[in-house]
Design a protein around this ligand. Structure first.
Ligand code: PEP
Ligand code: MG
Length: 580
């Protein structure tokens, strides 16, 4: 049994067979071959060894010619190993006697060799392990070739283990069979984490390297609450986690009873609980949990799922579906927030060294006005079918907001001229997720109908910490006093002017922060739909006076660790069943 600590990004427990994606996205299932297919599979192995050998020999010749014989020697060693009788014998034995598929035999054998060299520790041997992986990859490429299967073609439940998954790869995971996933890289605020929440499956990111230690088909436990991954669990651990999964199910059933009750504090203060969605199907999750509306629809996923830019009709249909399903409750369409870790099929900027500080989000929209207009037109047309609001992301200056509003006004005029129906009173708001917007909040509140605080980015830009980098996860903290002060500034300014203000970063989905945010004056939370019952439970248990006292004490504290510990204690006192 081996335990790995990663970053918990989506709660719950998953116990299942591993599906391993290596760094090149190869899927190596544990597969067996039928007795009468053994000879054919051995043939396939031999052909793969021969073509891998031919590739290495070609490389050897090219390098010898370009750089000299001494540099080509490395390929000579690769060839010797690949064509050696020992390796061939071992692989054949696995296929003939154990009926392993050639892919599985290759992955198991090479993993064992690599581990052996890694254990020897000396640097020369460690680099040998890399050589071995190189040969393995070459062989797998030859074996799998075009048969490389997509993650979408699954037929039985698995937990996916990968080096990295982009937000769009995550979005395309098969929702029927993928029970959870783990990646070696990735940070707490990454959009891969956000999508895990949308899929409602346990997920752990940023464990560091471990893929060499598992094979497809091994049993793995994912503890999405603690950020733990357990490889080869023993009987006792499996039983403990099965019990925990059972308890989580019964807590969920208990919380379901709150569905039709309002999110209201014990002293009668109404709180608005909205859902964050990435895909139209999630509107059903919102309805099922009794959400008061959709507080954030991350429309950029329409672009990430498609090969080419979605046309106006694709947008229109998606927005109509959501707006109609919410039956008059508000739906906030956030215009596309592409760039940084969400890259569609747009021409890439040439020199994007700091993608999170680069041509992202509203900046990208203002540079691609025709594309921006197509989306705005679709959103306005959909506004005729329900309660739709439009929100601009990552606004950092007043001029930017005004420019975006001008493009919108232009589209409005166009629709009016063409006598196309839409809601003339559509509310227009902005995300507050850059410190500059907080600093200028007094000016911004005068120019919008509503605000939404995006703490995922606000934490990143306030503390200068990449939200998707596991190596700086210690700094990425919603409880940092600097972040809390900025939220406080925004809430004060908005509440003073009675401009509705929402908080749609991941922070609002964490019950740890509910009392603090209520105490700061927040009354609108937009959360991952699966978090609605828990947040409602906290709201219905506490009083505003209680929350204000918690907040008063928090705002006297100087570091995130003390604040988190204090909040954990306060939550445990009041709602022990959901406290971490
Ligand atoms: C945020 O930044 O908090 C937010 C809600 O937007 P996103 O996570 O999509 O950047
Ligand atoms: Mg953001």
């Amino acid at each position: 049994m081996k335990k790995l600590q990663g970053i918990a990004v989506s709660p719950g427990v998953a116990i299942g067979e591993a599906l391993v994606m290596d760094t090149e996205g190869f899927r190596i299932p544990r597969r067996f071959v039928a007795r009468d297919a053994v000879e054919e599979e051995l043939e396939r192995l031999h052909r793969a060894i021969d073509s891998a050998g031919a590739e290495i020999a070609r490389n050897q010749q090219a390098v010898a010619f370009e750089l000299g014989e001494q540099y080509a020697a490395i390929f000579e060693a690769h060839l010797r190993m690949l064509e050696g009788a020992k390796l061939r014998g071992e692989l054949e034995e696995m296929i003939r006697d154990r009926h392993y598929s050639p892919e599985y035999a290759v992955s198991r054998t090479f993993r064992r060799y690599a581990e052996l060299f890694e254990k020897l520790q000396a640097e020369t041997f460690a680099s040998k392990a890399n050589d071995i992986r190189d040969i393995e990859k070459r062989l797998l490429r030859n074996l799998l070739g075009r048969r490389r299967e997509g993650l979408s073609k699954l037929t039985s439940p698995v937990v996916v283990l990968a080096h990295n998954l982009t937000p769009s790869e995550t979005a395309n995971l098969n929702r029927e069979f993928v029970r959870g996933f783990v990646t070696e890289t990735g940070g707490p605020g990454s959009h891969t984490a956000v999508v895990a929440g949308a899929l409602e499956i346990p997920a752990v990111l940023g464990t560091g390297p471990f893929l060499n230690e598992v094979s497809g088909g091994d049993l793995v436990i994912i503890d999405g609450d603690e950020g733990l991954v357990i490889l080869h669990p023993d009987e006792e651990t499996i039983a403990r986690y099965q019990h925990e999964a059972e308890e989580l199910r019964s807590l969920a059933i208990q919380l379901e009873e709150l569905r039709d009750l309002p999110a209201e504090t014990a002293d009668g203060q109404r709180v608005v609980l909205l859902g964050n969605i990435e895909f139209p199907y999630e509107v059903d999750h919102c309805v099922a949990r009794g959400a008061d509306g959709v507080g954030l629809y991350r429309t950029e996923f329409l672009y990430l799922e498609a090969e080419t830019e979605p046309d106006e009709e694709v947008h229109f249909e998606a927005y109509c579906r959501v707006v109609k399903a919410m039956q008059g409750k508000p739906v906030t369409i956030r215009t596309f927030d592409l760039g940084a870790d969400k890259v569609p099929h747009l021409p890439e900027p040439e020199d994007e060294r700091n993608p999170f500080l680069g041509l992202r989000s509203i900046r990208l929209a203002l540079r691609n006005v025709p594309m921006f207009r197509r989306q705005l037109r679709a959103a306005l047309r959909a506004s005729a079918f329900g309660n739709l609001r439009i929100m601009f992301p990552l606004v950092s200056t007043l001029l930017e907001l005004r420019q975006a509003k001008m493009v919108l006004a232009d589209v409005v005029e166009d629709l009016e001229e063409r006598k196309i129906e839409f809601d003339r009173n559509v509310a227009v708001g902005m995300m507050v997720e850059v410190p500059s917007a907080c600093m200028m909040i007094e000016q911004f509140v005068g120019e919008v109908d509503f605000l939404s605080i995006g703490t995922n980015d606000l934490i990143q830009y306030t503390l200068a910490v990449d939200r998707s980098n596991k190596d700086v996860v210690g700094l990425y903290n919603a409880a940092d006093p600097s972040v809390l002060r900025l939220i406080d500034m925004v809430l004060r300014a908005a509440n003073q002017r009675s401009v509705p203000v929402n908080l749609c970063g991941q922070m609002s989905s964490n019950p740890l922060y509910t009392m603090l945010l209520l105490g700061l004056g927040l009354r609108r939370f937009s959360v991952t739909p699966s978090a609605i019952p828990e947040i409602k439970k906290v709201c219905r248990t506490v009083t505003i006076a209680d929350c204000e006292e918690v907040t008063r004490r928090v705002m006297l504290m100087e570091n995130a660790r003390d604040i988190k510990n204090f909040l954990k204690g306060e939550l445990k006192k009041r709602v022990p069943e959901i406290a971490p």
